[in-house]
Design a protein around this ligand. Structure first.
Ligand code: ZN
Length: 171
């Protein structure tokens, strides 16, 4: 059975990103114990990710690259903001080890939307926070294998997500 719209696809893969110096770093693995399972055509994944899998069947391997535009977008310098240290105070103090470069901190914008910021730089009285997706501006290299393809059930299509193995368990 081939991958096409409204079929449930199970993948295993490794995702690497490439640094400017050409070095590849593994950033994500989906293995047989923890595969990626989604309904083709309603995965919420980048369109080009799905397009690269079209017509493949169980057992087929894949190896493709998405540029940052097709992936998580360009790195947006406007999404890097300087915030006063006081913003991070909890009960009058800064929790120990919270403000280390690379840490992700859950925050909310002025409208109350949840977002994750990464500590980019610690300054004397302020913090430079990066609200870009961690994979923004990166080329993404996916290499993996199609493990399974099956028809989605009417209920899965109705809910917009996979049920059972690798999916949502609910009543
Ligand atoms: Zn459901």
């Amino acid at each position: 059975m081939k991958i096409e719209k409204n079929r449930v696809v199970t993948l295993t893969y490794e995702l690497h990103i490439q640094s400017e110096s050409g070095q590849q770093t593994l950033v994500e693995t989906a293995n047989t114990e923890n595969p990626m399972v989604f309904i083709y055509g309603m995965s919420g994944l980048p369109d080009q990710f799905e397009e690269n899998l079209a017509d493949k069947s169980a057992g087929d391997e894949f190896d493709f690259k998405l540029d940052s535009e097709a992936g998580y977008g360009e790195f947006d310098q406007n999404a890097v903001v300087e915030l006063p240290m006081s913003v991070f105070e909890v009960e009058g103090g800064i929790p120990e080890n919270m403000l280390e470069v690379g840490n992700f901190i859950p925050m909310a914008d002025s409208e109350g939307n949840q977002l994750q910021g990464r500590v980019a730089e610690v300054r004397d009285n302020s913090i430079l926070m990066d609200f870009n997706h961690p994979l923004a501006g990166k080329e993404l290299y996916f290499k993996g294998k199609v493990e399974k393809v099956r028809e989605a059930t009417a209920e899965e299509l109705d809910h917009g997500h996979v049920h059972g193995e690798g999916g949502v368990h609910h009543h």
